[in-house]
Write a protein that binds this ligand. Structure first.
Ligand code: PLP
Length: 273
């Protein structure tokens, strides 16, 4: 993430890409992955301690995009049972490749086009990027057909960056009122991506905004809608997110190592670093 971006030093983008993420060494053995998981768990525990929260309130969701099935089997061997993927086709392909691991659960955490709802309905355990009623309707219809249900988080754009997906905070209340109609969706709370910035104050504001939105709406929504979950924080900012109330942190590079694909591939419009 761009917390590590080097700015104004007169180098080209391609020079930058090799410098941006020096902290994330590639982890390709079980020992390396275990070591990274342990160090992250330690940092999660310390952030909980600092903010007077219980460790059991915070779930680590390993984010496995671009990581092949062979390395994902290592994270499974290290005890992880949930994997987050940004793109549904990649998640589906891996779920087929790893179908022998029957207790592995897939969480789709990236923007979904309505015409791909069918794929999510078939295999995902969780979907963290719900941001339109059309998509809710299509997911519900496909889930009914599969006889399945799906845990869902509503994605909120807390940074007001036009490039980000998710609902504007002002639109969330009305949106939540419509969700009880979709009986296959088990709504659990909210997800956000913070501002891509080195300005920690402004990044933290995004996390605060999501928590305050949740707290404000908590008592006004239908009781069938849960609002406990706040999925926020990634490799570069998860401790701050926990201090502000995160219950799910989505962490990729700090477990597996830097990705070759720039983040702009997943979030069109952000600065390519
Ligand atoms: C890739 C991704 C993450 C994890 O980012 P890292 O920098 O690898 O920790 C979190 N959330 C979403 C939606 C992602 O696509």
């Amino acid at each position: 993430m761009c917390v590590f971006r080097v700015e104004g030093c007169g180098v080209s983008d391609s020079d930058l890409s090799s410098r941006v993420r020096p902290a994330y060494a590639q982890a390709s053995s079980l020992e390396e992955i275990r070591g990274n998981l342990e160090s992250i768990q330690g940092r999660i525990a310390a952030a909980c301690e600092r903010s007077g929260r219980s460790l059991s309130e915070v779930r680590l969701l390993p984010v496995s995009k671009t990581v092949d099935a062979e390395r994902l089997r290592l994270v499974y061997a290290a005890g992880c049972r949930d994997l987050g993927e940004n793109k549904v086709q990649e998640a589906w392909n891996k779920s087929v490749e790893m179908a022998d691991l029957t207790d592995l659960r897939w969480s789709v955490i990236g923007h979904l086009q309505t015409n791909k709802a069918r794929v999510v309905a078939r295999f995902a355990h969780e979907f963290q990027a719900l941001d339109s009623l059309r998509l809710a309707e299509e997911l519900d219809r496909r889930l009914q057909a599969e006889g399945r249900s799906l845990n869902v988080l509503v994605q909120v754009n807390t940074s007001a960056e036009p490039s980000k997906y998710g609902l504007a905070p002002e639109a969330v209340e009305a949106f939540m009122r419509e969700l009880p109609a979709f009986s296959s969706l088990r709504v659990k709370g909210f997800m956000t991506l913070a501002l891509f910035s080195e300005d920690k104050v402004r990044v933290r504001e995004c996390f605060i905004r999501l928590r305050q939105l949740r707290d404000r709406l908590r008592d006004s929504v239908d009781p069938s809608i849960a609002m406990d979950q706040l999925s926020m924080g990634m490799s570069g900012d998860f401790e701050m997110a926990i201090e502000e109330g995160a219950t799910v942190v989505r962490i990729g590079q700090a477990i597996f190592g830097a990705r070759a694909l720039p983040d702009a591939h997943y979030w069109p419009g952000i600065p390519a670093n």
